[in-house]
Design a protein around this ligand. Structure first.
Ligand code: C2O
Ligand code: CU
Ligand code: CU
Length: 527
């Protein structure tokens, strides 16, 4: 097992000192989904030596810069982003080549306001086509980043393989730039934007094409929540590095003309041995002994985490969830731990005043093994004045999902047993850009039963949903609120999904990016 070897080399055998609760279905699934690919030590072994845990918690947590609009004329915030290579210190004292929005990983944060539209013009200065998707956004189909709505690289000859599926797209292929329009007619939420090129979302996000999009509204603003430096977006992403500090990704074709990863990663997806937060391996953040808001985003390709604070605060329940994928909850929900699968977000409050000054609080991943059990550390270094508190009520309660579902659909997410090399399928079909797999009616709510073999993070574009059932029983406390991505265990989930806003062609897919790239994707046409 590569991760065992990692443990020995890095001397990280010390337990985190937290009790691992009994493996419920979801925890067991999270653990299974975060295990390294079998048969990969040849790849992992020498490369794992690049990062040393001796350096963990030494680099301060960076916070991605907020992007300034190029124009605000006419009540529209217009942004310009150049997609280009960059060099960045992901590991202490080393430079890694990445691809980034404006050349950084994470990309710059876009701060938006409900009711105020945003337009982002992306210019592709990379060597391959790209697509930008606003994850969680209620966006017209021609701005949603349909996987074949490519933006071709500027000044690079067009490879005919790039455009072979283009005619089944929505907005078509653009020469070197595209302007995406986001109406922001939805509640405050932690959204994110990332690459979505068909067959290559995995390698392209992995190289760094992901950023935060923080949507605010009046309701959120009236709440006494932590702000500014005490409102921390945390993009959690695992990576593996070569001895020279380069990013390792198991593409069969590193030039990204033919999709696919090597067999060792085909089933698991890309699982890295190093955990980065906001583009730095195992960072540390000095915090005041006050309330903080952490916007947890799992931007990993394939790894699910079970996050908890170590040590927990006295009395436990240190993660006070105030928001889910698509917005604030009606009231806070307290957790000891949260399972977060790729694509999901949890907005939580953490009260560092519960810890003595000088405390070192690890954000731990109890679904991980070895070094992947560590995410980052908070060092409680000083007292501070605090106007924030945990509000007893947050956003208006949306109530139960609208009654009178217009359709009941079944979706199976299948990748079969490990080691078999079976394809990644939805309802036993591989993704076909031309085929429409479901036609929900605009404004309707549908009941979907999603099953998984073995486990998969399911994500719906445009539609937002409530989790009604999990594993045949009631949903978990963390399933509450309005969501766009959900961890599907083998026992399945039932969701009530509402399609509001726009008609048109969108996708539904597994957010294990290697699975999505391999065909675990379907088309929805909202009619
Ligand atoms: Cu976050 Cu279709 O993706
Ligand atoms: Cu999405
Ligand atoms: Cu999957």
């Amino acid at each position: 097992m590569p991760q065992r070897r990692t443990v020995v080399r890095w001397g990280l055998t010390a337990a985190l000192g937290v009790a691992v609760p009994g493996a419920t279905g979801v925890l067991a699934s999270a653990r299974a989904a975060s295990r390294a690919a079998p048969g990969s030590p040849v790849i992992f072994g020498p490369r794992a030596a690049a990062a040393t845990p001796a350096n963990a918690f030494t680099v301060p947590l960076p916070v991605p810069a907020v992007l300034r609009p190029a124009s605000t004329a006419g009540g529209v915030d217009r942004y310009e982003i150049r997609q280009k290579p960059g060099r960045q210190a992901l590991l202490p004292g080393r430079e890694t080549e990445i691809w980034g929005y404006n050349g950084t990983f994470p990309g710059p944060t876009i701060v938006a306001r409900r009711g105020r539209p945003v337009e982002v013009t992306h210019r592709n200065e990379l060597a391959v086509p790209t697509v930008v998707h606003l994850h969680g956004g209620v966006v017209a189909a021609d701005s949603d980043g349909f996987p074949t709505d490519l933006v071709l690289p500027s000044g690079v000859p067009v490879d005919p393989r790039w455009t072979e599926h283009a005619r089944h797209g929505v907005a078509g292929v653009a020469a070197d730039r595209r302007t995406y329009r986001y109406p922001n007619a939805q509640p405050a939420a932690t959204l994110w934007y990332h690459d979505h090129r068909m067959g290559f979302s995995g390698p392209q996000q992995y190289r760094g094409l992901a950023g935060f999009y923080l949507l605010g509204d009046d309701i959120e603003e009236t709440l006494p929540l932590p702000r500014d430096g005490r409102d921390l977006p945390l993009m959690i992403a695992d990576r593996t590095f070569g001895p020279d500090g380069s990013l390792f990704y198991p593409s069969r074709d590193p030039t990204l003309r033919e999709p696919g990863v090597t067999m060792a990663y085909h089933h698991s997806g890309m699982l890295g041995d190093t955990i980065t937060v906001n583009g730095v391996a195992w960072p540390a953040a000095e915090v005041d002994a006050v309330l903080y808001r952490l916007r947890l985003l799992n931007a990993s390709n394939a790894r699910a985490y079970e996050l908890r604070l170590d040590p927990p605060p006295p009395g436990g329940s240190g993660l006070v969830q105030i928001g889910s994928d698509a917005g604030l909850l009606p009231r806070p929900v307290r957790h000891d731990s949260l399972v977060i699968s790729p694509g999901e977000r949890y907005d939580v409050l953490v009260d560092f005043s519960a810890y003595p000054l000088g405390s070192q609080v690890v954000l731990a991943n109890t679904a991980g093994e070895g070094a992947t059990r560590y995410v980052m550390r908070f060092d409680v270094v000083r007292r501070g004045r605090d106007e924030a508190r945990i509000p007893p009520a947050l956003a208006p309660d949306p109530g139960p999902p609208p009654a009178g579902a217009t359709a009941d659909r079944q979706f199976s997410l299948f990748s079969g047993p490990d080691g078999t090399g079976l394809p990644a399928l939805i309802n036993l079909k591989s993704y076909d850009t031309a085929r429409i797999d479901a036609r929900p009616v605009l404004g309707s709510t549908e009941i979907w039963d999603i099953t998984a073999d073995p486990t998969h993070p399911a994500h719906v574009h445009l539609g937002h949903f409530r989790v009604l059932r999990r594993d045949g029983g009631p949903p978990l406390p963390q399933d509450g609120g309005v969501k766009d991505t959900v961890f599907v265990p083998q026992g399945g989930v039932r969701i009530a999904v509402t399609f509001g806003g726009f008609r048109g062609k969108y996708v539904f897919h597994c957010h294990n990016l290697e699975h999505g790239d391999a065909g675990m994707m379907a088309n929805l046409e909202v009619v």
